[in-house]
Ligand binder design. Structure first.
Ligand code: ZN
Length: 503
């Protein structure tokens, strides 16, 4: 299978403008495979050669503008297309395989009661395991998803779903989304539904966990609503989707995934026995983290995977900060937990030979495979620490003003680190570009080196004051660095050591 390179993605984004996907999935064909039909409407800005991606069990047919393509031309995960300038439709009919690894369409049968559940995890390039797509984050489109499911199942998706007279399910069309955000979760879910701010909110889990979800539903929904309200105080753009579902799904690989309107969580977050206060706080923080992504990640999406840190650092920072602000009645200071657990993760990753800048050079992330290597303590914890430092330095008011400019300029589109920094710079007089160079483009933890010299006449050895050096960093000797003017820097010890406020 070929991995997509940044150069290929740029070339395809110049050639194509993708408008609309109609995806129909048939989940009634057994427990090994499912049916997948895709109809894509797109425009080619010029005549040229390109490709669509899919990883089928069997590719039955592909029609470009009604003309059959040779299905034997499928090369790994790429079906070549030759297009003329103008509007096109591509119709693909395939059989796809369920996964048992949490990638693509995962299928799980609950040993407790024999009930089966499926859900998608399409991050990075796993959409190709479910339907045919021009699979890169900056080819956003409207998605309309239809699902044929066994009787007795509920189908959840990004948009509000409704059962049709023939028994199948249709989800409302989405706003413009990146391919990796499409989500379907189907099965005999146990659901707790409510409404907040005029939108349907739901939490869902497999039936065998129903008593445990019910026991915690009040807390989960209280945290969800409090964070939702707090984000609307911070952000000018309203929540961009038509519903907010949170599905606790079995055998999930990560902590959670920020699918617009349908966040998936590992179902270990449905607690089955007494847990510590920290575990409850962690669940609340993950709820807040994923909700932050609805704006930062889903509404405004990275253009290429080199900026994944920006998604994750922002959501990590916002997750801890927002639970602190919105749920102080439930949890003690979340930043203590961050300092004890998450930062240690960041420090550790940053002292290994494999460390990398928080914001890697785009050349260092040439393809999707290399992007995956950056999901570590640097992209999450160190990046969040850097952002927290940035907020302390800029002041929250200017930081949020910059964020709101960013959302307004790029909503339902894509943006880069350079866009983010430019938008912050529009809201402050401070040199955010220099800050980014010094703190996001360097590697390694700070090393503080005291410097002193003897003064003979006084008959003793006296410290001359200053001297923390950030080894390995271009800012080591820069007295005008952002940290020097940060609130914490002015509260340093009598030896005037410069320190990172949040490190
Ligand atoms: Zn995240």
């Amino acid at each position: 299978m070929s991995v997509l390179t940044r150069d290929e993605a740029q070339t395809r984004a110049q050639l194509l403008d993708v408008h609309h996907y109609r995806v129909d999935l048939d989940l009634t064909t057994g427990d090994e495979t499912f049916g997948s039909q895709t109809l894509i409407r797109f425009t080619a800005r010029a005549a040229g050669d390109t490709f669509v991606e899919l990883k089928p069990e069997t590719l039955h047919s592909a029609l470009l503008d009604g003309e059959p393509l040779d299905v034997a031309a499928l090369d790994g995960n790429r079906l070549p297309l030759t297009v003329t300038e103008g509007e096109h439709t591509l119709r693909v009919d395939a059989t796809m395989r369920y996964s048992r690894t949490g990638e693509g369409m995962h299928r799980f049968t609950d040993p407790t009661d024999g009930e089966s559940y499926v859900y998608t995890q399409l991050f990075m390039e796993d959409v190709q395991r479910v339907f045919a797509a021009f699979d890169q984050p900056d080819l956003k489109a409207v998605f309309e998803v239809g699902v044929t499911a066994p009787e007795g199942w509920t189908v959840l998706s990004n948009g509000i779903t409704e059962q049709q007279p023939d028994g199948s399910w249709r989800a409302a069309p989405t706003p413009l989304l990146s391919t990796y955000f499409v989500c379907v979760a189907a099965g005999p879910w146990h659901s707790v539904r409510t409404e907040h701010a005029g939108l349907p909110f739901g939490i869902h889990c497999r039936r065998s966990l129903a008593p445990h979800l019910d026991a915690d539903a009040d807390e989960i929904l209280a945290v969800t609503k409090a964070c939702y309200d707090r984000y609307h105080e911070k952000f000018d753009e309203p929540y961009p989707f038509d519903s907010y579902d949170q599905a606790f799904v079995p055998e999930f690989n990560a902590g959670a995934m920020e699918n617009p309107g349908l966040v998936t969580f590992r179902d270990e977050f449905v607690f089955r026995s007494a847990v510590t206060a920290t575990e409850r706080m962690t669940r609340a923080m993950v709820i807040a983290h994923e909700m932050a992504h609805m704006w930062f990640g889903d509404l405004v999406t990275l253009r290429w995977w080199d900026d994944i840190w920006l998604n994750e650092s922002f959501a990590e920072y916002m997750g801890f900060q927002t639970v602190n602000e919105a749920c102080s009645d439930l949890f003690a200071d979340t930043w203590i937990d961050f300092g004890v657990t998450r930062k240690a993760w960041g420090y550790e990753a940053d002292q290994r030979p494999s460390t990398h800048p928080v914001a890697p050079d785009p050349e260092a992330v040439p393809d999707t495979a290399s992007a995956l290597l950056n999901f570590d303590g640097i992209s999450y914890a160190k990046g969040a620490s850097a952002l927290r430092q940035l907020v302390a330095w800029l002041g929250e008011k200017d930081f949020l003003a910059g964020i709101n400019i960013h959302f307004k300029r790029h909503k339902f589109g894509n943006a880069t680190l350079a866009d983010f920094i430019d938008n912050l710079a529009a809201a402050t007089d401070r040199d955010v570009h220099a800050w980014a160079e010094q703190w996001l483009r360097t590697t390694g933890v700070d090393t503080l080196t005291p410097a002193s010299k003897a003064r003979a006449p006084a008959g003793g050895c006296t410290s001359t004051g200053t001297a923390a050096a950030r080894t390995g960093s271009p800012s080591a000797s820069t007295t005008g660095s952002p940290t020097a003017t940060s609130p914490s820097a002015s509260a340093t010890s009598s030896t005037s050591r410069r320190r990172r406020p949040s490190s």
